[in-house]
Design a protein around this ligand. Structure first.
Ligand SMILES: [Zn+2]
Length: 352
């Protein structure tokens, strides 16, 4: 039989992570911008945190710089930013923010075909290092394929100022690789889905590292931010190798997506994923207690009511999550889980 396999992988060209790396923004823009004009996409708080520094550094080096402050990653905000970007016609975009600003930047950069730099201001999820942008439409969240950032500048001295809750959520998003990879292996065994062993190994390595060093993740310590950010970047690399979010997104993410799309509860992405990981690990027959105690050691609750979620909210989310992305086979199977089985799994794991 003739060999016909092929694969396309996209990686960022440069990844700068650590103390005060934000200062390198000028050389990055000098190297990769298509012109001497840059557009910064940020928010009110993130502008003060890092956007202003990016703006003044670029201006000081003679790069014409425009700034737009935007809100959540909704289709409405996306359109506004895209119109602005087409008007100013920059040679590069710089997304400065926790998640939504970088998501908007990704999509706009892909649409107008210019490179962009990801400057995360909090280490709250692995989207800072992936080509996927989640843009929210009323009642639905779309994960859209955009492009990889040309560079990532993850400054730990900036990110350490974010509330500890974000760091814990970012760690949980990485730890969710545990069940994501189990789901991927299951889909490989049951459905013959292609699996990339190197991507799976790297994703597992990232989550194992954080589980092993969970006690070193503490508030206000830049070294903790460094540890989590490194593994967020490793997760991003695993996704790049797989050319898919598969190594970092399985049943626990399907569960999380249902609640996020329905706008249920006050949790942030990594917190929904944490609950999802605990219950998925239980369904896989794995050591869910270990995962749950890791979360509680970083003060991340996996109790639904702590996020204003009712028992019914999470029972329904768990039993219907398989249908949100039917092509992504996981432990949740192909049909709705029965109400009583979902309820029992959530009760045993202490989520309800
Ligand atoms: Zn995630």
């Amino acid at each position: 039989m003739q060999f016909e396999k092929f694969k396309v992988m996209q990686f960022p060209r440069e990844v700068l992570v650590g103390h005060n790396v934000l200062g390198h923004i000028t050389e990055i823009c000098d190297r990769y911008s298509k012109s001497r004009k840059a557009g910064i996409i940020t928010g009110n708080i993130t502008y003060d945190l890092a956007g202003a520094t990016v703006e003044s550094s670029l201006r000081a080096s003679g790069i014409e710089t425009e700034v737009i402050k935007t809100g959540n990653a909704t289709t409405e905000n996306l359109e506004k930013v895209e119109t602005w970007a087409r008007e100013i016609s920059p040679g590069i975009l710089v997304g400065v923010g926790g998640g939504s600003k970088v998501d908007i930047t990704k999509k706009v950069a892909a649409d107008i075909e210019i490179p962009y730099v990801s400057v995360p201001t909090s280490p709250s999820h692995d989207g800072i290092a992936s080509p996927r942008a989640s843009i929210r439409k009323p009642n639905q969240s779309l994960s859209e394929t955009a492009v990889m950032p040309i560079a990532i500048i993850a400054d730990t001295s900036v990110m350490v100022k974010a509330p500890f809750r974000y760091l814990a959520a970012g760690a949980a998003d990485v730890i969710s690789n545990e069940t994501a990879v189990m789901d991927w292996k299951l889909a490989n065994r049951l459905k013959g889905e292609e699996i990339s062993s190197s991507a799976a190994a790297l994703a597992e390595y990232a989550s194992h590292e954080l589980l092993e060093k969970i006690n070193l993740i503490v508030p206000g310590v830049e070294d903790s931010v460094w540890m989590v950010t490194k593994q967020i970047l490793a997760s991003g690399t695993a996704m790049a190798i797989a050319s898919s979010s598969r190594p970092a997104s399985g049943s626990e993410h399907l569960f999380s997506h249902v609640l996020e799309i329905q706008g249920k509860g006050s949790a942030i992405h990594g917190e929904y994923c944490a609950m999802g990981t605990v219950v998925s690990m239980y369904l896989h027959g794995g050591n869910w207690e270990k995962i749950r105690s890791a979360f509680s050691s970083i003060k991340l609750s996996t109790k639904a009511k702590d996020y204003g979620l009712s028992d019914e909210d999470v029972i329904n989310a768990l039993s219907t999550a398989h249908s949100i992305r039917p092509e992504r086979f996981t432990i949740l199977g192909d049909t709705d889980m029965s109400h009583s089985a979902a309820e029992r799994a959530l009760e045993i794991t202490g989520i309800i």
